[in-house]
Write a protein that binds this ligand. Structure first.
Ligand code: PEP
Ligand code: MG
Length: 601
């Protein structure tokens, strides 16, 4: 490398006995298994050549990847600010060393040279150069350089990831029960995790309501996100405990710690088994009010889990899964086949299919030309994208209408802001339906109900107008909270400020529920608060009777519903809505919940 780090970095605690890390417990359960440190290795890639006139373009791609990598490292360094000084200093040296390797270094010069001389793609050149440097360091008898070998490979791996912009890998060939440890895991990465192999995961980045967290809950994988000091502290093969209940990661546990966590894991599993017995019991409150507890579905494999948990419906099918981890857009036929299978699998229970909601953190690789824009959360996302790309919307609507011939379904439109958007979608549904009927293709008859997601504050405040052009409303409280409070739901740095109990959020929910009620259309909640028993009584008191959540969340929410007196909860909700202080609201909510638990004992 061109310059040495200012001093030999103190060795991170990897391999040095038990280490405990704190983060956000986003998916419940306890995983204990061998660590797989993800993304730290140079991926195996087929060598790829380029023509002489592509060399400059290839070098430009490489420079863009270098800049992206530097930005990521700077962001990681910022995250160390909240750590104890010694840990922050130690990590700082590591990250500085990586930045140096990306600044006028042998690695950078070598890659640019290889692209031109060997006529190879940037990722091929990176892999070859990083490997050559690592091998040269290994051959030298120098303890400082020996420490850098892993760093060179990690920097190379980061560059390749940024060049290929593909998910970090398919998590193949892992030992059973492997615990994945990574800087970042995207929603697309989680989509390729097999819960029969992967035990759980822990990452440096990510918030509790982001889609990676949602996917972890969907897969039933214990997960802890936002662990700032995880980088470099764990090696592949170390035993790791991920405690998703308490938000804790333990590396290389002592025998006593391991025994304690094994015990906790058994207790948790026993409790889950007891709750599972509720699946067959009705979701009715003590005073006889019926609740619909539906399942949110991210992946087709969850149909079985939804049924096992006693879901009354699919209250939200996030159709994005069909567009992730692939380079092409699934055509109508493919979408139809997948949706029809889910509809048939739910055996007569309503399936609420949401049209494509990509953009923001959910960039689908199939829509490769999609630009995140200056502010992805406010950009060409969800229904805005579908209306801008009618061929995309039409194919999806056709697939949904055809799947509707196999069982009841509803169509849900994400990120609606205006009445006009709903009218445009309704026109498109009519147009696509007529085309299919003309061709003699079987579709849902009558046409499925069409609903809007209420997840933009403007939509909540205009819920009475939207209710007139919708057959149902679904509150997306994850985004609604994010937009109302201007807090990114996936950013662990502001996760402590993300609070659905803020009176602004509660008023938006209340206004929407009342608008639906006045217009006699159903309203549900399918954001993450629907699956948290902490909010059940309050939401019931605000008039909500339909909740949709990750299947694993249904038993605990049902348990709460069955212990509830809705009339009483309504009176309590009135008191809550008179408060303006978030802490006072939280205290009222928790105190009421405690009284419900006590009454059951
Ligand atoms: C929401 O925003 O609350 C929601 C359910 O949609 P998603 O989490 O997919 O954005
Ligand atoms: Mg949303």
């Amino acid at each position: 490398m061109s310059t040495r780090a200012p001093r030999t970095r103190a060795k991170r605690s990897a391999g040095e006995g038990q280490a405990v890390f704190k983060g956000l417990g986003v998916a419940p359960g306890i995983a204990i298994g061998p660590a797989h440190v993800h993304g730290a290795e140079l991926p195996a890639l087929a060598d790829c050549g380029v023509a002489p006139d592509q060399v400059e373009g290839e070098r430009q791609r490489f420079r863009t990847a270098v800049e992206a990598s530097k930005k990521q490292l700077t962001k990681l360094k910022q995250k160390t600010a909240g750590l104890p000084p010694a840990a922050a200093e130690e990590l700082g040296y590591l990250l500085d060393a990586h930045v140096q390797m990306l600044s006028q270094s042998r690695l950078v010069r070598g890659v640019e040279k290889r692209i031109g001389e060997n006529l190879v793609a940037a990722e091929t050149a990176v892999r070859a150069e990083a490997e050559a440097i690592a091998e040269a360091f290994e051959a030298m008898d120098d303890s400082y350089l020996a420490q850098r070998v892993q760093d060179v490979r990690e920097v190379g791996a980061r560059l390749v990831r940024n060049l290929t912009q593909t998910p970090w890998g398919a998590f193949k060939n892992l030992p059973e029960g492997a615990v994945i440890v990574a800087e970042e895991i995207t929603p697309a990465d989680t989509a390729v995790m097999d819960p029969d192999v992967v035990g759980g995961f822990a990452t440096v980045t990510g918030g509790a309501e982001g889609h990676t967290a949602i996917m972890a809950r969907a897969l039933g994988l214990p997960a802890v996100l936002g662990v700032a000091d995880l980088v470099g502290a764990i090696r592949t093969g170390d035993t790791v405990i991920v405690d998703g209940n308490e938000g804790r990661v333990v590396a290389r546990p002592t025998a006593a710690t391991l025994e304690r966590y094994e015990r906790r894991r058994l207790e948790y599993e026993k409790e889950e088994r007891q709750l599972a017995r509720l699946a067959k019991l009705p979701s009715v409150s003590r005073d006889g009010v019926d609740f619909q507890l539906g399942a949110n579905l991210e992946l087709p494999r969850e149909v079985g889990q939804a049924l096992a948990a006693g879901a009354s419906s699919i209250g939200l099918l996030r159709s994005e899964f069909m567009f992730m981890n692939r380079a092409d857009i699934p055509d109508e036929e493919e979408q139809y086949t997948q949706l029809a299978e889910i509809v048939k699998g739910m055996a007569g229970r309503v399936v609420t299919v949401r049209t494509l909601d990509v953009g923001g953190e959910k960039l689908a690789s199939a829509l490769g030309d999609l630009s995140p824009g200056p502010n992805p959360a406010l950009g060409l996302r969800a229904i805005r994208l579908s209306l801008a790309r009618p061929e995309l919307l039409d194919a999806q609507l056709a697939a949904i209408l055809r799947a509707g011939a196999h069982g009841p379904l509803r169509i849900l439109v994400p990120m609606v802001a205006t009445v006009d958007e709903m009218k445009e979608v309704r026109d498109a549904v009519g147009r696509v339906a007529r085309r299919l009927v003309r061709k003699g293709i079987a579709i849902a008859d009558p046409l499925p109900p069409l609903g809007a997601m209420i997840e933009i504050p403007a939509a909540a405040l205009a819920a009475d107008a939207l209710a007139r052009v919708c057959d149902f409303l679904a509150l997306g409280t994850n985004d609604l909270t994010m937009y109302a409070l201007a807090i990114d739901r996936g950013d662990e740095q502001v996760a402590h400020l993300y609070n659905p109990l803020h009176p602004a959020v509660l008023r938006l929910i209340q206004f929407t529920a009342e608008a639906a009620l006045r217009n006699r259309i159903p309203v549900s909640i399918c954001g993450e608060i629907a699956g948290d028993p902490r909010y059940t009584a309050l939401l019931a008191g605000l008039g909500i009777r339909e909740l949709s959540m990750a299947p694993i969340k249904i038993p605990r929410v049902k348990n709460r519903v069955r212990g509830l007196d809705v009339q009483n909860a309504t009176a309590r909700a009135r008191t809550v809505m008179e408060q303006w202080d978030t802490k006072a609201i939280a205290a009222l909510v928790d105190e009421y919940n405690d009284s419900l638990v006590r009454a059951k004992e």
